[in-house]
Design a binder for this molecule. Structure first.
Ligand SMILES: [Zn+2]
Ligand SMILES: [Zn+2]
Length: 274
């Protein structure tokens, strides 16, 4: 059984939790450790139960809490007498460039490098990183495979290349960026250089672009899509949903759309085994 929850989502900070029977993974820790702990408690998991932390890229809204989370895991495991107290942190070489400063004295052997093309193997979970077009050093998204199930996490991308579409296609569920409404962004308060950055190929997916990408990548097996990384200034959850829904309907596609939140976790969604 593959289960997942978006613990926090948006420009203020991001964290995602994925679990199987034998593996528990945190992807990004872009909010305070306390918020991650509280969100995890709501779905009945503890920090010290995690098997690994994966990082998508070095932007602050994805790594802010990593150092504290990693140290807290070690101290709690020590208290409880765990044999192994450290937890591996996985990031691309590009992301490590800035991440080293955030995790400070974290032991070297647990700083793992992720390479596009490699697959990370955990007991009953396979994770495939894929490159994202975004203004970071070496940003990636992740595909999770468990038994016959597939989950894709893709936020922080200016557009989705056809090669990436092939990698992420045909998943049971997607956590997909639906960052902004193009018109709200255009007339909104952001300075022009920032608007240009967000709208560029290396920026963020608009609601429209998220809908169009979904039309290309989803299949009959796709049941659930979580709209993630919504801008608090240039979007509304309802607007994102209506826009994406409209594009899917026009293409004769159907899926359950779900919201994600900056300040609270989503439910723990479960992908039914096939
Ligand atoms: Zn971000
Ligand atoms: Zn980013």
């Amino acid at each position: 059984m593959l289960r997942f929850s978006v613990l926090a989502s948006g420009s203020s900070g991001n964290a995602v939790y994925v679990e199987t029977e034998k593996t528990r993974i945190l992807i990004d820790a872009g909010v305070a450790c306390k918020q991650i702990e509280t969100a995890m408690a709501e779905i009945s998991v503890c920090l010290e139960d995690l098997d690994a932390i994966l990082i998508t890229h070095e932007h602050f809204d994805h790594i802010k809490g990593v150092g504290v989370v990693a140290r807290k895991i070690i101290s709690q495991r020590r208290k409880k007498g765990y044999e192994r107290t450290e937890i591996p942190i996985y990031a691309t070489e590009g992301s490590w460039h800035d991440l080293h400063n955030v995790v400070k004295e974290y032991p070297e052997p647990y700083r793992k490098t992720v390479r596009v093309g490699d697959k990370l193997e955990f007991e009953d979970l396979l994770i495939e990183p894929f490159p994202l077009s975004h203004d970071a050093r070496e940003p990636v998204g992740y595909v999770f495979y468990h038994e016959n199930n597939k989950l894709t996490l893709a936020t922080d991308l200016g557009y989705m290349s056809s090669r990436v579409k092939e990698t992420v296609a045909d998943a049971d569920a997607y956590i997909l960026e639906s960052n902004h409404d193009i018109n709200m962004l255009r007339v909104g308060p952001y300075p022009w250089h920032l608007k240009k950055r967000i709208l560029s190929d290396k920026g963020h997916l608009s609601n429209e672009a998220a809908g169009e990408a979904l039309v290309d990548i989803m299949s009959e097996r796709t049941l659930d899509v979580l709209l993630a990384h919504l801008s608090q200034e240039n979007n509304y959850p309802e607007l994102a949903e209506v826009t994406v829904q409209g594009i899917l309907a026009a293409a004769n596609k159907q899926v359950r759309l779900h919201h994600t939140y900056p300040d609270k976790p989503t439910a723990l969604y479960e992908i039914k085994p096939r």
